[in-house]
Write a protein that binds this ligand. Sequence first.
Ligand code: PGA
Length: 248
Amino acid sequence: MKILVCKDYAQMSEKAARIFAAQLILKPNTVLGLATGSTPEGMYAALVEKYNEGKIDFADVTSFNLDEYYQLPAENDQSYDYFMKKHLFNHVNIENYNLPNGMVEDVEAECKAYEERIEAAGGVDIQVLGIGKNGHIGFNEPDSVFIKNTHLVELTPSTIEANSRFFASEEEVPKKAVSMGIGTILKAKKIVLLASGEGKAEAIAKTVYGDIDPMVPASALQLHNDVIIILDEAAASQLKPEDYTIVK
Ligand code: PGA
């Protein structure tokens, strides 16, 4: 794992955007793996800026998001479809974007079809990830086993509580989601994990130093050979300075 520490959220977002922009320049038909949450918002804004400056083009890009709520219509302003349009898709020339469809009757078939769509596109070239305070990635919550493929997830009380800040009340937060599995995520050729703020410091330390343990889903990233973790100083506060590079 390569760990980069930035002075703040803005620098972390710009650094991540530069890595994604370089990928798009080198491979215009890149398959992107995308994430929602407040962490990547700054990176998406920086990518939109680079697109507006004519530095990057999404015409040949395909994207696959990590997850989507179950039974929450795309039009709902809390759906991840809505989030991606608001922060990225409506502002760039991407046409071929994909999120798991949480509105289907046969969710098992949708999970299988999502895996097949990723494979048919050639697999994810570069995947961005946030991390939950409990170490989740996508909606892969702490569990007794790593779940391999795209699947229906029962959200944990802590995730429901964390997400309730976006809904009028905790009751309105969906209790299930469709998420790529740990195996799906690990198949990406390159992974960029972003974390910002003191609240993520412990999850990051466990991801980097802990055992590979399904109770800390992000610890599975130790099994991947091309992971870049980009942090702000607060999220890096439980790491040893000799283990990271400071971004100038
Ligand atoms: P956040 O969520 O970016 O809103 O902190 C990250 C996550 O829970 O995966």
